[in-house]
Design a protein. Structure first.
Length: 179
């Protein structure tokens, strides 16, 4: 009986520590040390939330830069990939359709969806490949749009992890300021 009582006491203690105390401490530390990240890395314009720098948004207008394709149509709750393999007829058709939209020389990240379907970044090559369309739609000089893209190129994380990238939402927000 003594062992059962000790076990139950330990269960209650550990439940309170790991289920209540620890999460509250970590949440409070996160909010104090990293307030932007803890609140979802939201991008605001005044009081209005425009989006998150961590999640892709659907942009289809010709005068904006387009993100990577999304197998989940940019929905955050059922995020995910299509799980279609290289021998899949549906995958081949999707690639063919995207080549018609982006051209035969489009970078791979504009042709294939990301694993989550919510990748907010594209490669600098993918952004640069869209300059002609965006500049023509906005009646801007290509060099001006290219300079804006290059200003948004972020290096690999800590200089070694991943690849250079361009956040599509941040780029489009700065592009909107050019008008």
């Amino acid at each position: 009986m003594k062992t059962i009582l000790q076990s139950l006491l330990m269960l209650v203690l550990m439940t309170v520590l790991t289920g209540i105390v620890y999460p509250l401490i970590v949440t409070d530390l996160g909010c104090c040390l990293f307030p932007s990240q803890a609140s979802g890395s939201l991008i605001r314009h005044g009081e209005r939330v425009l989006g998150s720098s961590l999640l892709a948004q659907k942009f289809e207008e010709p005068d904006l830069f387009w993100p990577r394709p999304s197998a989940c149509d940019y929905a955050t709750v059922p995020s995910g990939a299509s799980n279609l393999g290289p021998t899949s007829a549906a995958f081949a058709k999707a690639l063919s359709d995207r080549r018609k939209t982006y051209g035969d020389n489009a970078p791979g990240d504009l042709l294939a969806a990301s694993g989550s379907g919510l990748d907010p970044d594209i490669s600098p090559e993918a952004a640069l490949s869209q300059i002609d369309r965006v500049a023509a739609s906005r009646h801007l000089e290509k060099g001006h749009v290219q300079a804006l893209v290059m200003a948004h190129v972020q290096p690999p994380q800590f200089g070694v992890f991943g690849q250079s990238r361009v956040n599509v939402l941040a780029l489009n927000l700065d592009l909107a300021e050019l008008r």
